[in-house]
Design a protein around this ligand. Structure first.
Ligand code: KG4
Ligand code: ZN
Length: 520
């Protein structure tokens, strides 16, 4: 995920002051920033903006043919990634554009990081202003560039430019910014999810803080049919959606007018279910004039990991396993998804559901079978591990499902009682073995050290543990969302939408549900 430089706006001042307070003993006040911003062309202020909020800023004052750097700061948790270089390189570009002959600045001698940055940019020490900083009585070190007309600022800027643009392009933040960013009502996203049998809505602030997450499940209706009945799903979404969205807004204490965007799951999923959410979201966006963000459901399952643990950052590989999907995805950067492989027939969750149905255990099958499996022997029955050694990243689960069902029928025909726990454990082990083997190979081949698990089947404890152990042996860290974020919810959709919105990826009023939407 990248960061970008843009001119500072008045709306940035509150956040800039928060960064000042975290950086300097005598921070600038909001009044000082506003005074700068109203000066017009004699001042040039830029901010470094990212999906994690404002991460830095720098300002230049022009006086005749000289420029004075008024301030340059990088949020403490965003340091060491080249943002200071990027900001300084921008000021040098401005100096070149405006034909300035010299740049000057003052810095605390104790601020060695900053001094090093300025020296690299061609600034030299020219003297000291004794006792300049009132808080500590510390001197100010005065630094100047040489004659920029002789030693073109653009040359200096371009020597910094490559590092700066790389820094901006691949800017990641790995630590929490909770202590620094002030609470504001910016970045409020309402997300709606109706891709399968859960009607869900959530409100998130800044893609991180879940203000509300409401999930109305229809599982009790579908369970009597042993699976999701699409027509019922669609009708139930229509009945539930108004109440679910209202409850999400109410719990968050937010009105529609305070939101910054509406997000919705656009696909993949059941078409009749998706259209309900998409139509409702489009209606809200049209009524409020807010931007509308379309999210891929699988991307949502991936972002459940980020919601739970903000230190999760690409490059990573994700295994997304739900009732409808089983995909291994390589994620070199947010928004850049490469599907390495997926199921050629049944999804992992679907296999659990079908086996449970054959045993008369109801729907969904995952939770009941995994509970039974805890008491069983995974080696009791040897079920096939399809495509275990196929050399690719695809999966096939219908053969396993058939093998289990055939086994059940044969046992029944022979009049033998089926040990449900052994059967569940043996079936589960066959699913897990293949998933883990392919996951580990994908992590190794992609050279990542972070692996994310997502989707309803990620709630499976045995899968989590087997995966964690196998990946740890390769030095790869496994991230798994907490249980409530594994199954379908709208908080994960809002988290993914936050990043899409930041990249300017909105959809228009003619956008439609895409039942077979691909992640990449
Ligand atoms: O992600 P999700 O809520 O909905 C879809 O997008 O499909 O996933 C639901 C699926 C169901 O197939 C359910 O059986 C499965 O997740 N599931 C589990 C477990 N809990 C839910 N599968 C295996 N073990 C579990 N503990
Ligand atoms: Zn799902």
């Amino acid at each position: 995920m990248s960061a970008r430089l843009r001119p500072m706006l008045e709306g940035d001042v509150v956040r800039a002051v928060a960064i000042e307070r975290a950086c300097f003993p005598t921070p600038w006040t909001s009044g000082m920033f506003v005074d700068e911003l109203v000066q017009g062309a004699s001042r040039q202020w830029f901010v470094a903006d990212s999906p994690w909020g404002l991460v830095g800023y720098a300002g230049l004052m022009e006086a005749d043919t000289e420029g004075h750097i008024m301030n340059l700061a990088v949020r403490p948790d965003a340091r060491g990634r080249g943002l200071g270089t990027a900001l300084l390189s921008r000021l040098l570009d401005v100096a070149a554009e405006r034909g300035l002959r010299k740049l000057t600045l003052e810095v605390r001698p104790s601020n060695v990081e900053a001094i090093e940055l300025y020296r690299k940019a061609g600034f030299r020490d020219v003297g000291r202003r004794p006792g300049y900083y009132s808080d500590s009585g510390e001197d100010a070190l005065i630094m100047w560039t040489g004659d920029l007309s002789a030693h073109d600022a653009r040359t200096i800027a371009s020597t910094l430019a490559e590092r700066a643009s790389r820094a901006l392009e691949r800017f990641h933040l790995e630590t929490s910014r909770a202590d620094i960013e002030p609470q504001t009502h910016d970045g409020l996203i309402l997300a709606i999810e109706t891709s399968c049998d859960e009607t869900a809505a959530a409100v998130l602030r800044d893609g991180r803080d879940v203000l509300s997450s409401v999930v109305a499940s229809q599982v009790d209706f579908h369970s009597r049919f042993g699976g999701v009945v699409p027509e019922i799903a669609s009708r139930k979404h229509t009945e539930a959606i108004v109440g679910v969205v209202d409850e999400a807004l109410e719990t968050a204490g937010v009105t529609l007018q305070e939101l910054s965007a509406i997000a919705v799951t656009q696909g993949p999923g059941l078409v009749g279910a998706l259209v309900v959410g998409v139509a409702y979201a489009k209606g809200l966006a049209a009524a409020t004039g807010l931007p509308l963000v379309g999210v891929n459901h699988l991307e949502g399952h991936l972002f459940a990991n980020v919601l739970a643990d903000p230190t999760v950052t690409p490059p990573l590989v994700a295994l997304l396993v739900s009732g409808g999907h089983t995909s291994l995805v390589h994620v070199p950067d947010w928004g850049d998804y490469h599907t390495l492989g997926s199921t050629l027939d049944d999804a992992a969750g679907e296999a659990f559901d079908k086996v449970a149905k054959a045993l008369g255990l109801g729907y969904p099958g995952g939770p009941v079978l995994s509970k039974l499996a805890m008491e069983g022997d995974p080696a009791a029955i040897r079920f096939p591990r399809a495509m275990m050694h196929s050399g690719d990243y695809d999966f096939s689960l219908s053969g396993l499902k058939t093998a289990v069902i055939t086994h059940i029928e044969a046992e029944r025909a022979a009049g033998r009682e089926i040990d449900l726990a052994d059967l569940a454990a043996s079936f589960q082990a066959a699913v897990i073995d293949v998933q883990v083997a392919k996951a580990v190979r994908a992590a190794k081949e992609c050279g990542v050290t972070t692996f994310c698990l997502g989707g309803g089947v990620a709630a499976n404890l045995a899968l989590r543990e087997a995966l964690r152990e196998a990946l740890a042996a390769e030095g790869v860290r496994l991230s798994v969302p907490p249980f409530e974020l594994c199954t379908d919810n709208a908080a994960m959709i809002a988290a993914a939408a936050h990043f899409r919105l930041w990249r300017g990826e909105t959809i228009g009023p003619s956008a439609e549900a895409v039942p077979n939407l691909r992640i990449g």
